[in-house]
Design a protein around this ligand. Structure first.
Ligand code: ADP
Ligand code: MG
Length: 394
């Protein structure tokens, strides 16, 4: 069901407590190294500023263990946000307590305050009611724009929503709409491409998508386990021996459901996963005993590209090979380009897959690149995300 957003409530003069995902990488100097996540939250922040809300932002950063950790203070984020907004951003030294309440009281309409890392308190990840209440005291409404944290039932994502009217920000809205649309009412033919290292990470995603897609294309390390289930010898490749049976079961499910399931027909192999290793293309029946499959081969790229061309909706999660190394990046980059060139609605989920699309230089030609790694996977598994479930229905 559709969720209420900031547009559905009166924010003027209100204290808007906004959960954002500012869990950004920091460089050696402690400055923001990649501001994608901060930029992704700007539309919501700007909307609230323009509509005269008092904007109180909160996020986690890194994994402090429920106590103050100087490495994970939000100050560099506040400085960076200030630059992006071109407006002052106040910064509190905690996220609850009297001093924070005073800072909130002093906040004028349209002004922005960034609270300290919510994970400096153990109550955050434990979703303690007392801590959630203390956060809730700071706001009149709760806005959740942190899709990347929505799969966690924490105090700042779920608990706080029990005590305040809770609505989605624009990023959250876009994620729910796009992912919800491809799972709920995808234009057909619907093709899913799944890759990455291991089946065990993606069982739920494959299982759920098999009920919805017309074709499932499997690449990456996990394809080895499927190939093994078909009796192929995959040499020294990454293989989950205890998942071969499951792979067989998923293939039978595909067949029973009339889903076309494609595996690689050729592969780039090398004796080791190293950029200097001598590599070659072989058919999957000719994988040498000491060889490792590290990318899909050119014939597989062509097969997958053909299928993507004919699709109306494409979902992609998981690289086709060890794309971090140039000799094994070809298959992944080719799939990214095929998505970009197709006229289909294209949705990419997963942190590494999103990075691959950036690397291929086609990010602006993809309909939607999910900002949530774990959250988008859980969404594709068909799970209800606690941070989403807690928001008010329209
Ligand atoms: P995402 O973050 O998009 O969900 P994953 O984390 O599941 O993707 O998978 C990405 C990882 O899978 C990459 O680090 C990549 O090197 C690895 N990978 C892909 N293909 C292979 C392969 N054939 N052998 C070993 N690792 C692989
Ligand atoms: Mg990953």
């Amino acid at each position: 069901m559709a969720k209420k957003t900031v547009r559905d409530v009166d924010v003027s003069g209100k204290r808007a407590l906004v959960r954002v995902d500012f869990n950004v990488p920091l460089d050696k100097k402690g400055e923001v190294a990649d501001d994608t996540r901060i930029r992704a939250a700007l539309p919501t922040i700007k909307y609230l500023m323009e509509h005269k809300a008092r904007v109180i932002l909160m996020s986690h950063l890194g994994r402090p263990k429920g106590a103050v950790d100087e490495r994970y203070r939000m100050d560099p984020v506040a400085r960076h946000l200030e630059k992006l907004l071109g407006a002052p951003v106040r910064k509190a030294d905690d996220c609850v307590g009297e001093e924070v309440q005073r800072a909130v009281q002093e906040l004028a309409e349209g002004q922005v305050l960034l609270l300290e890392n919510v994970r400096f308190h153990a109550g955050e990840t434990k979703n303690e009611e007392g801590f959630a209440r203390r956060l809730a005291e700071l706001g009149d409404i709760f806005v959740n724009d942190a899709f990347g944290a929505a799969h966690r039932a924490h105090a700042s994502t779920q608990g706080v929503a029990e005590f305040l009217p809770a609505v989605a920000g624009f990023l959250m809205e876009k994620e729910i709409n796009m992912l919800g649309q491809v799972l709920g009412s995808p234009a057909k033919p619907f093709v899913a491409i799944i890759g990455g290292a291991k089946i065990s990470d993606k069982i739920g995603v494959i299982d759920n998508l098999l009920d919805k897609v017309d074709a499932l294309l499997i690449g990456g390390g996990m394809a080895n386990t499927f190939l093994r289930a078909r009796g192929v010898n995959v040499g020294n490749s990454l293989l989950e021996a205890d998942k071969v049976e499951l792979a067989g079961k998923l293939m039978r499910k595909a067949k029973a459901g009339g889903v076309e399931l494609q595996l690689p027909v050729d592969a780039v192999v090398a004796p080791a996963a190293s950029p200097d290793a001598e590599h070659k293309v072989v058919g999957v029946q000719e994988i040498p005993p000491d060889g490792m499959v590290l990318d899909i081969g050119p014939q597989t790229v062509q097969n997958f590209t053909e299928r993507i061309k004919g699709a109306a909706t494409v979902v992609w999660n998981g690289p086709m090979g060890v794309f971090e190394m140039e000799p094994f990046a070809g298959g992944t980059l080719a799939v990214a380009k095929a998505l970009a060139e197709s006229g289909a609605v294209t949705v990419v989920g997963g942190g590494d897959s999103a990075a691959a699309v950036q690397k291929a230089g086609v990010a602006d030609q993809i309909t939607h690149i999910s900002t949530g790694g774990g959250a988008s996977l859980e969404f594709l598994e068909g799970k209800e995300l606690p941070g989403v479930a807690a928001l008010q229905d329209k």
